[in-house]
Design a protein around this ligand. Structure first.
Ligand code: DGL
Length: 359
């Protein structure tokens, strides 16, 4: 008995010695998560001329090492390293930016020494990038996308706490397997649900089906899980994607004409997201226009300019008869992301409609 307990103590001391020498060599504590922050720009990296400038500032100015150095509390949460992938305002994102970022996230998460990734991002297209990663990254490790509504130079800036919270979530093993997460304003949302609903308030991001949880003083409180396919259960894979298919969005309104739809088709769009009024409605004069585009190989996808609910198939429009697809509850910008990925992955209209039900 005495010998066994002495042996146990010896092993404990040996493990401690190993852990501290590992720390000495790598600078990383063996028991702490290694989280990589991939910076892309946006307001979270923004700077204003005056502390009172909460809305007037230049986005994409502060480099990732300064973002990390500006939050010493990060070191208590995880071993954090940073990479500057881009330094742009997110309204300027392109499909190429998405592919470059996706490939870097995928490569990092294949590294056994990386436990999670945080992406700092402008809020304008944050939901599109987060949903894209949710579709194409085959890892159950935490991927957390974070932004801010005020620059770090402003009084009551939100970026530092958002980034600390995002790293806490990414370092937390409980976050694994939940799909790509968006952390803003103490809230943890699902990439597929969340959208920016207000353009100048810190509580801008809302999920119509509710947040997944909250993060308060570094602790995550979970309330639900996503009921849709994502990440490791996705049929899509960044490593098999060469590029994204060109898909455009046409916004509908009273007096809408065919000009935008025709121009998109002429420019080579493989699909057009119809951001319809109401339940994805199509003006009577536009039905023959969209049917003709469909007949000429441009996939028509009915989404809605309305924030909540979802577009019903074969309700106001005989989608089966016309060969159209409905985007279900995805807003136009997310419907575009799914169509770009699915069409680039070789999906036809039938498979695409199934994808809108399942992702
Ligand atoms: N230019 C906007 C962007 O980069 C600023 C908005 C923000 O990041 O909050 O998305």
């Amino acid at each position: 008995m005495l010998r066994a307990s002495r042996c146990g103590k010896y092993l404990a001391v040996l493990a401690l010695a190993l852990a501290s020498s590992l720390f000495a060599i790598t600078g990383f504590a063996a028991d702490r998560a290694h989280v990589v922050v991939l910076a892309t720009g946006g307001t979270i990296a923004g700077a204003g001329a005056d502390a009172a400038n909460s809305a007037t500032y230049q986005a994409a100015k502060v480099p990732v090492d300064k973002l990390i150095a500006g939050i010493p509390e990060l070191a208590k949460v995880a071993d954090v390293t940073g990479e500057q992938v881009f330094q742009i305002a997110s309204e300027s994102f392109t499909n190429d930016n998405l592919m470059i970022l996706g490939r870097r996230v995928s490569a990092l998460l294949k590294d056994p020494k990386v436990d999670g990734v945080v992406i700092t991002h402008g809020t304008d297209t944050l939901e599109e990038t987060a949903f894209f990663l949710n579709l194409v990254i085959h890892s159950d490790k935490p991927i957390v996308v974070v932004g801010s509504m005020r620059p770090g130079t402003a009084i009551s800036a939100d970026g530092a706490l958002n980034l600390l919270d995002a790293v806490s979530v990414a370092a937390n093993p409980e976050s694994r397997g939940r799909g790509v997460l968006v952390v803003m304003n103490d809230q943890i949302d699902a990439a597929r649900d969340v959208t920016k609903t207000i353009n100048i308030k810190t509580n801008a991001f809302v999920s119509q089906w509710g947040a997944l949880g909250m993060i308060v003083e570094g602790k995550s409180y979970w309330f639900r899980k996503v009921d849709k396919k994502h990440t490791i259960n996705s049929e899509f894979d960044i490593d098999r994607l060469k590029e994204l298919a060109p898909v455009e969005i046409a916004y509908a309104y009273g007096n809408v004409g065919k000009e935008a739809y025709s121009a998109f088709a002429a420019a080579g769009a493989k699909a057009i997201i119809h951001a319809g009024t109401g339940n994805g409605s199509v003006a009577n004069r536009m039905v023959p226009v969209l049917r003709d585009l469909q007949d000429h190989g441009v996939q028509i996808i009915r989404s809605a300019r309305v924030w909540g609910g979802f577009v019903l198939r074969n309700a106001e429009q005989p989608d089966d008869q016309y060969g159209w697809v409905v985007a279900h509850d995805l807003n136009p910008q997310k419907a575009k992301i799914l169509a770009s990925v699915a069409i680039a992955s070789g999906m036809d209209a039938k498979a695409l409609q199934k994808a809108y039900w399942e992702y």
